[in-house]
Design a protein around this ligand. Structure first.
Ligand code: OGA
Ligand code: MN
Length: 291
C-alpha cells in the first residue's frame, strides 16, 4: 500500500456540532500515520471531543493498528462479540454474534464499569441501515459548564457507583424477550466509584459523568433523590443545543473522547435492515491521549 501522499497531507478540520464535534477530511487511518499527523489528530480530539472521518474505508487490521497508536486497547468483556482474528474489535449490530443494540440504550461513556474507564472509542460503520441506527453524542463538558452555580456546587464532589450488574438488570427490564441470556460478566466487574463530575486530564475541563443504566446510586443520597438528580442531569445534557447526531454512511469512522462526551444510539428497524459496527476502545490512562 502506498501511504506516502497521505503522510504529507494535512487533514482539513471543520466543526460540525453545536458546541463540539468536527469532521476531519483526508486523515489516513492505518498504523503508520506519522507522529505529526497523530499529534494534530489528538489535539483536534481534545478540542472538539468527537471527530468524524468520512469515508475512512478501513478494514479491522488497519482500525486496530491506528487505534493502538493512542494506547493499549481494551478487549471487550462480551468476548463472543469480538472478531475472531481481531479480538480488539467489538462488533455492534444485528448480524451474527454482534452485540445486539436496538437503540434503547441510555446515555453513557464506554466501560464506565471498569475501575479505570476507557479514554476514547473508535466506531466504524461496516454495514449501516438506510434509516435509523444513528449515534447520538452529547457534549458533557458544555452541559456541565451551562449548569447554574447552585447545581454545580451541589454535584461537585459527589460520587456515583457504576456496576455491570445494574446494566444487566436494566437490560433485563428493557429486553424482556432476552431473559434467558446468561451474563456472568458482572462477577468479574464488581461495582466501582467514579466522580459524578470528572475533570479532563489534558484540558482540565469538567464534565458530567452520568450513565443512567450503569449507575446504581449516588453515594450519600436517598435512592429517590439519586434517581431524580440523574434524570435531571440527563435531561439537561440531552438538549439539542449540546447534542450532535451522527447519521452514518458506510465507511465512516468516528472517534470520541469518553472523558468529555456521552453517547447513545437511535432505534432502527432491526427486522428489515442490517447494521454492523466495529468498535475499538482505548483503555484508560492512554499514553497517546494524555498530553
Ligand atoms: C457502543 C455504542 C452506539 C451505537 O458501541 O459503545 O454505544 O450507535 N454504540 O451503536
Ligand atoms: Mn457505547
Amino acid at each position: 500500500m502506498n501511504h506516502i501522499a497521505a503522510h504529507d497531507a494535512t487533514p482539513a478540520i471543520r466543526p460540525i456540532g453545536p458546541t463540539f464535534g468536527a469532521e476531519v477530511a483526508g486523515m489516513p487511518i492505518h498504523g503508520d500515520v506519522t507522529p505529526e499527523l497523530l499529534v494534530q489528530f489528538v489535539s483536534a480530539l481534545h478540542r472538539y471531543r468527537v471527530l468524524v472521518v468520512p469515508q475512512a474505508n478501513v478494514g479491522p487490521a488497519d482500525l486496530v493498528a491506528f487505534s493502538r497508536r493512542f494506547g493499549p486497547l481494551e478487549i471487550h468483556s462480551r468476548f463472543e462479540s469480538t472478531l475472531p482474528d481481531h479480538p480488539e474489535v467489538f462488533c455492534v449490530g444485528n448480524i451474527g454474534q454482534a452485540s445486539f443494540s436496538r437503540g434503547i440504550e441510555q446515555w453513557h461513556a464506554d466501560s464506565s464499569y471498569r475501575p479505570v474507564p476507557s479514554d476514547a472509542s473508535l466506531f466504524y460503520g461496516e454495514i449501516v441501515p438506510p434509516e435509523g441506527g444513528d449515534t447520538l453524542f452529547a457534549d458533557a463538558t458544555a452541559a456541565y459548564r451551562s449548569l447554574d452555580s447552585a447545581t454545580k456546587q451541589r454535584i461537585d464532589g459527589l460520587t456515583a457507583v457504576h456496576s455491570l450488574e445494574s446494566l444487566r438488570q436494566w437490560g433485563l427490564r428493557h429486553n424482556p424477550d432476552r431473559k434467558q441470556e446468561v451474563d456472568n460478566r458482572a462477577d468479574s466487574f464488581p461495582p466501582v466509584r467514579h466522580p459524578l463530575v470528572r475533570r479532563h486530564p489534558v484540558t482540565g475541563a469538567r464534565s458530567l459523568f452520568v450513565c443512567p443504566a450503569v449507575i446504581s446510586h449516588i453515594e450519600g443520597l436517598p435512592i429517590g433523590e439519586s434517581t431524580a438528580l440523574i434524570d435531571a442531569l440527563i435531561a439537561h445534557i440531552a438538549q439539542p443545543r449540546t447534542v450532535y447526531v451522527h447519521r452514518w454512511s458506510q465507511g465512516d469512522l468516528v472517534m470520541w473522547d469518553n472523558r468529555a462526551v456521552l453517547h447513545t444510539a437511535s432505534l432502527f428497524d432491526h427486522t428489515r435492515y442490517r447494521r454492523l459496527m466495529y468498535r475499538t476502545t482505548i483503555a484508560g490512562d492512554a499514553p497517546g491521549l494524555s498530553e
